[in-house]
Design a binder for this molecule. Structure first.
Ligand SMILES: [Zn+2]
Length: 293
């Protein structure tokens, strides 16, 4: 697999500039990514390799907000072993032992220290692994040292009290150093965290997963996170096998895809290898990408 290109895509949203930054490539089992959907159906959308894996991205959204840089999710970070990266098909190595996300920020003229607000949709390793980094001396430190980090309180509790099914996704070095540094804010439920940026609980993938609604001058972008990981997951029953509450995901998708279609939101697809964003239409049967975004 190769890292999905381009690494950075830029557009305006109302008064703001937003950037989709590809934090790296990932390759996961196609069957696990599509749950109960039979392979003959899903492989028409995303063909699998010899190991039955499909190519995915780990896309983050950077908002040039009036108050400073706001980043949503941060990929897999630089702390995992080569064996781990191979199992999950992760290719995210950047310059000088850091990450592609940091290379993407750099290409826009920014440093990690310039981010003032770091929003985690949830704390799985492929979304929040970049919360922290391992420095040259082996020490794990918050990557965005000047930022407030934000996650739902219930997600933090879920991440710190794992069971046999959930433990493989949550690694304390991805969030404990942020808490210990006093940089992590825990939020309960829906909240406009800064003007125009609203945390929206979208349960199902995890019970306290959140998406992020960004609005400027009447234009709305919605960072889905793992609610709809790729544009191939737009049909309501196309739900990942990884979700801990798939029937809750179904109802959450029903609610937010209807709003997105009715109100013309720009949806941002975190794991899509090629489609960063798009608007959706309902053709009477199912949701699909609009042909003219
Ligand atoms: Zn994910």
């Amino acid at each position: 697999m190769t890292v999905p290109q381009p690494l950075v895509e830029t557009r305006t949203l109302g008064a703001w500039t937003v950037h989709a930054i590809q934090a790296g490539g990932q390759a996961l089992d196609g069957g696990a990514m599509f749950g109960v959907v039979p392979k003959p159906l899903w492989e028409r959308r995303i063909p699998a390799d010899a190991r039955n894996r499909i190519p995915l991205g780990m896309r983050c959204l950077l908002v040039e907000h009036d108050m400073g840089l706001v980043l949503i999710d941060n990929g897999a970070g630089n702390k995992e072993t080569a064996k781990f990266l191979d199992i999950y098909g992760i290719e995210n190595t950047g310059r000088e032992g850091r990450t592609l996300l940091e290379d993407g920020l750099h290409s826009l003229g920014h440093r990690p220290e310039d981010v003032v607000l770091m929003i985690d949709t949830h704390l799985h390793f492929d979304h929040a692994g970049g919360n922290t980094f391992r420095d040259g001396a082996g020490k794990v430190l918050p990557t965005f040292s000047s930022a407030r980090y934000v996650v739902q309180r219930g997600e933090y509790d879920w991440a710190t009290r794992t069971n046999e099914r959930t433990a493989a996704s949550y690694f304390p070095p991805n969030f404990e150093p942020v808490m210990e540094a006093g940089l992590l804010d825990l939020v309960d439920g829906e909240r406009e965290i800064v003007p125009g940026i609203r945390l929206v609980p979208t349960p199902g993938h995890t019970p306290h997963h959140q998406s992020v609604r960004v609005e400027s001058r009447g234009e709305v972008a919605f960072f889905l996170g793992d609610l709809v990981p790729t544009s191939a997951h737009l049909p309501l029953p196309w739900i990942m096998g990884y979700d801990v509450e798939p029937l809750v995901t179904l109802e959450t998708k029903r609610k937010y895809l209807r709003l997105a279609a009715d109100e013309g939101w720009l949806l941002v697809f975190e794991h899509d290898a090629s489609v960063a964003w798009g608007r959706v239409v309902h053709d009477g049967k199912s949701y699909a990408l609009a042909s003219h975004p």
